[in-house]
Design a protein around this ligand. Structure first.
Ligand code: ZN
Length: 317
């Protein structure tokens, strides 16, 4: 009997979002061991790296090798970040299943992050879509709208502009468009409002929530996004990472805590919490001394905890 379909998809971004913010480069073999441990815990979508200039992010220079390992893990969607057509070309050649391209809603962040305006990035999205259609129509293509909830450089970002860019990105060829709280400025009311508007505009093409815990609102924001209809959530094991081009921003939502919240609510993730805790050892081995976060790993599972994926004792199933 196959397990029940997960209620939500947890997309692990540590090997990309996490590692790009750490100065030390994790050895390739350690990355592969960590990704294998994440997969063994039940994660079925992992952002394993980024095809950007190795001069800009030397920590991710081995992404092609990491992809070649990750695609051997059964049932895993192997995703990478690409900033442009050149990156998408390399990613498709490496054999990825899914591309994610960041589009900043803030012009200041866009220029700092990728050296292009949001409008110029929309043209890149069109080019990536054309390339994908021609060379790898089976590869999925998602756009993540970064600084959608505010920008450390520019301050508030107009919600109408976020929605306008999301619609434009979908029109330019992205399968799905998600919203990212790159700088950790979001609150639950804002998350509920913006994702509701995104669903109203894009329907099933409304994508993932990428939320940060910079000011302690990570899980509250994830719950607000869930209430608004989101079913894919980015998170990072041990809360590793943030964004190196947004001063003061740190702290992806901790995968362990997010999985615990959903499982405790009865929303299946398909992820095994003890397996996730075990994956921390693989991460720690590859990055000795790097601080890891998470409340669940510190406190442990509550006595008598029953995950959502386990059939209730005595049930006929
Ligand atoms: Zn992040």
């Amino acid at each position: 009997m196959s397990p029940p379909a997960p209620g939500v998809l947890i997309s692990e971004v540590g090997p990309r979002d996490g590692l790009q913010s750490v100065a030390t480069a994790m050895p390739t073999a350690a990355k592969c061991a960590w990704i294998a441990a994440l997969h063994a815990a039940g994660l079925r979508e992992i952002e394993v790296g980024s095809f950007v200039s190795p001069k800009r992010l030397p920590q991710l220079a081995d992404t092609a090798a990491v992809v070649r390992h990750a695609v051997t893990l059964p049932g895993l969607t192997v995703m990478v970040l690409v900033p442009n057509r050149t990156g998408a070309d390399a990613a498709i050649a490496a054999g990825v299943h899914k591309l994610t391209l960041p589009l900043s809603a803030s012009e200041a962040h866009s220029l700092a992050n990728v050296g292009r305006t949001p409008q110029q990035m929309l043209a890149q999205i069109g080019e990536v879509h054309a390339l994908r259609r021609e060379r790898a129509p089976g590869v999925a293509f998602e756009v993540g709208l970064s600084t959608a909830f505010g920008c450390t450089l520019q301050g508030p970002v107009a919600e109408d502009e976020v929605i306008r860019l999301a619609v434009a990105a979908a029109e330019a060829g992205a399968d799905e468009v998600g919203l990212s709280d790159t700088t950790g400025m979001a609150n639950p009311a804002q998350v509920r409002r913006l994702f509701s508007r995104l669903f109203a505009e894009l329907g099933e093409r409304a994508g993932a929530a990428h939320l940060h815990n910079t000011r302690g609102l990570g899980l509250a924001n994830c719950l607000a996004a869930y209430d608004a209809g989101v079913r894919t959530f980015d998170a990072s094991l041990g809360g590793l990472g943030g964004c190196p081009y947004a001063p003061g921003a740190s702290g992806n939502v901790v995968t362990e805590d997010l999985v615990f919240m959903f499982e405790a609510m009865g929303v299946a993730t398909g992820v095994d919490l003890p397996g996730l805790i075990a994956a921390r050892a693989a991460l720690q081995q590859g990055l000795p001394g790097e601080p890891l976060y998470g409340m669940l790993p510190d406190a442990g599972l509550p006595k008598g905890f029953v995950p959502a994926t386990t059939p209730l004792r005595g049930s006929a199933a």
